[in-house]
Design a protein around this ligand. Structure first.
Ligand code: C2E
Ligand code: MG
Ligand code: MG
Ligand code: MG
Length: 288
């Protein structure tokens, strides 16, 4: 009886975990063999400033269009690239693509870019990012790097120094996914930061939970006292916005103001916004 039970468990384990593991192995193998330069690309998600009433920057989000696997999301391939030691190559290719897009945008639009743990523990890699910025001629003030607590955790001192290197070159640093995982106020104190992004899992709870609401308001207030900008991630509805906007967050990033979009669509959004603000200053329309 015990044997049959064990075998049953074994079959369950096989189907669920095995499938996931096979998929991960396949992603790793494909990553090794594919043409990263041509298959990786970025989407851009707008960050909206409620006080300026316009989009002021975009977050670059990685995608992989694999001929064999189809469109692969970052949650799947970034970790695979970290495991197989490919992440710096992936980051480097994506960053150059990001700079190409940024070069074509107006100067008052900036962008943010996600870095992995291995990226920020490698001094020569960080210097290569800085030299790419120099070569592009883009002002480092328009570039922000997002890091997570898990990324700095393994070697806090090295990460802190390298982030400081980026920051003293004029780039900005944002702490991503704050409020999820191992969020520690320690990092607010220890890391050279310009910005904190409150995780969307937290924003999600706000409409139903007074406690969450108070916590978000409290973190926004704390950021203000510490002279850090604060971004709310994953705002999807007007009703969420109605609760959140009295808290005066600096920036909103979520489906309400735009999903991750292609470079050309981001460009259109910027152009349309520019046109609207020109109209705002001009005389009202004659007709109607
Ligand atoms: P993240 O940096 O926290 O990025 C935000 C994620 O939330 C994005 O998912 C975005 O599409 C999603 N999101 C934004 N607004 C909303 C919303 O209103 N509702 C919902 N349901 N989702 C929203 P995405 O693009 O799948 O990226 C997932 C994660 O993958 C990112 O989380 C980031 O940690 C990582 N990632 C993405 N691109 C890169 C990259 O180039 N390098 C590294 N190292 N990591 C990356
Ligand atoms: Mg996604
Ligand atoms: Mg991010
Ligand atoms: Mg995030």
């Amino acid at each position: 009886k015990a044997k049959a039970h064990q075998r049953g468990q074994c079959i369950l384990f096989d189907t669920a975990e095995d499938k996931e593991m096979k998929q991960a192995i396949e992603i790793e193998r494909e990553l090794r063999e594919c043409d990263l330069e041509n298959e990786l690309f970025l989407l851009f998600q707008p960050q909206y400033s409620p006080s300026l009433q316009k989009v002021v920057s975009f977050e670059a989000l990685a995608r992989w269009q694999s001929p064999k696997l189809g469109l692969v999301q970052p949650d799947q391939f970034i970790r695979a690239a970290e495991r197989s030691g490919h992440i710096r190559k992936v980051t480097g290719i994506l960053f150059n693509k990001g700079l190409d897009a940024l070069a074509k945008w107006p100067r008052d639009i900036s962008f943010s870019f996600n870095l992995s743990a291995q990226d920020i523990s490698d001094r020569s890699f960080i210097l290569s990012l800085l030299s790419a910025i120099m070569k592009s001629g883009i002002s480092p003030h328009r570039i922000e790097f997002e890091i997570t607590e898990t990324a700095v955790m393994s070697d806090l001192e090295t990460s802190r120094q390298l982030l400081q290197t980026l920051r003293s070159s004029g780039c900005k640093i944002a702490l991503d996914d704050f409020g999820s995982g191992y969020s520690s106020f320690e990092y607010l104190d220890q890391l050279p930061l310009d910005k904190v992004k409150i995780d969307r899992s937290f924003i999600r709870k706000v409409p139903h939970s007074d406690t969450s609401r108070e916590i978000v308001a409290g973190v926004i207030g704390l950021c203000r006292k510490l002279d850090l900008r604060c971004v709310l991630e994953g705002v999807e509805t007007e009703s969420e916005m109605a609760i959140l906007s009295p808290m005066k967050p600096d920036l909103i990033q979520g489906y309400l103001y735009g999903k991750p979009m292609k470079d050309s669509d981001a460009r259109d959004m910027i152009d349309r916004q520019q046109e609207q603000s020109n109209h705002g200053n001009a005389a009202p329309d004659q007709h109607e």
